[in-house]
Design a protein around this ligand. Structure first.
Ligand SMILES: O=C(CO)[C@H](O)[C@H](O)COP(=O)(O)O
Length: 243
C-alpha cells in the first residue's frame, strides 16, 4: 500500500482486493524517525543505506509513515488481511497499539530484536496476530532459523529484496539464495519477498520458493493491476506445482 494514493487509502484497499490481492501489505516506518546517536548508537546503519543515508539529517529520514491510527481507520472499512511490516527500532512498543487497531500480521526485523524476539513473538500471538520475521539484504539468513524452529515460532519469514525504506527500488536477485535455503529447510513455511517484484522478476522469486509476494509500484503503476496480480499468482502456482 506504500504505492497507493494515501488520500484515498480505503478505496485503494478495496480496489486492490477487487483486483485479486489476498493481503494488504502495510509498511510501518514510524520508527524511521531516528538516526539519533543519543544512546551512543547511530541507528542509521540499521535502516539507512546509500541514498537513504545521504538524505538522513541526523535525526529523521524522509519516509512515508503508516501507524496504528491508519491501520485502525482502514480496519473499520475492510475485513482484508492487514500484513504489517514493522521497520521500527522498538517493535515491542507497537504490539498493543497494532493489535487494538486490528492488524492481522505483525512482521518485525530480526536486526532490532535479537535479544528479545521470543518475548515479542509470544506477545504478538497472545494478541491474536500472526508473527513474522524480516531480514534486511545484509543479514545472513541463518539469523532467523532459531525463530522458525523455536517452541513458539514465527509463521512467516520476510526476505527483503531491496533495502527497506522506499518503494520502487531494484530487485536484488542475489537474495534468492536465502529464499532457496529457507524453502529447502522449511517446506511449508510462508516465505514473503518484498521489493522490486513484478512481472519481470516474479519467476526468480517463485522458482526459489517464495509464496507471498509484496508488490507495490508494479501493481499500482500498471494500466491493468488485476493482470499484474494474476501474473504474480500464476508464477507462484506454477512453481509450486513444479517443486
Ligand atoms: O518494504 C518496502 C519498503 O521498505 C516496500 O514494501 C517495498 O519496497 C515494495 O515496493 P515496490 O514493490 O515498489 O518495490
Amino acid at each position: 500500500m506504500l504505492s497507493s494514493d494515501f488520500a484515498n487509502l480505503a478505496s485503494e484497499a478495496d480496489r486492490m482486493v477487487g483486483f485479486g490481492a489476498d493481503w494488504l501489505h502495510m509498511d510501518i516506518m514510524v520508527g524511521l524517525a531516528f538516526c539519533v546517536p543519543k544512546t551512543g548508537k547511530d541507528h542509521s546503519d540499521l535502516w539507512c543505506t546509500g541514498a537513504q543515508k545521504q538524505n538522513c539529517d541526523g535525526h529523521f529520514v524522509p519516509n512515508l509513515t503508516i501507524g496504528a491510527p491508519v491501520i485502525e481507520s482502514l480496519r473499520k472499512h475492510t475485513k482484508a488481511y492487514l500484513d504489517c511490516h514493522l521497520m521500527v527500532t522498538n517493535p515491542l512498543d507497537y504490539v498493543e497499539p497494532l493489535a487494538k487497531a486490528g492488524a492481522s500480521g505483525f512482521t518485525f526485523h530480526i536486526e532490532v530484536a535479537k535479544e528479545y524476539w521470543q518475548e515479542l513473538v509470544d506477545r504478538i500471538k497472545t494478541r491474536g496476530m500472526q508473527p513474522g520475521v524480516a531480514l534486511k539484504p545484509g543479514t545472513p539468513v541463518e539469523e532467523v532459523y532459531p525463530l522458525v524452529e523455536g517452541e513458539n515460532p514465527v509463521e512467516l519469514v520476510l526476505v527483503m529484496t531491496v533495502e527497506p525504506g522506499f518503494g520502487g527500488q531494484k530487485f536484488m536477485p542475489e537474495m534468492m539464495d536465502k529464499v532457496r535455503l529457507l524453502r529447502k529447510k522449511y517446506p511449508s513455511l510462508d516465505i514473503e519477498v518484498d521489493g522490486g517484484l513484478g512481472p519481470s522478476t516474479i519467476d526468480m522469486a517463485a522458482s526459489a520458493g517464495a509464496n507471498c509476494i509484496v508488490a507495490g509500484s508494479s501493481v499500482f503503476g500498471a494500466a491493468e493491476p488485476a493482470q499484474v496480480i494474476s501474473i504474480l499468482r500464476k508464477s507462484v502456482e506454477v512453481a509450486q506445482q513444479n517443486s
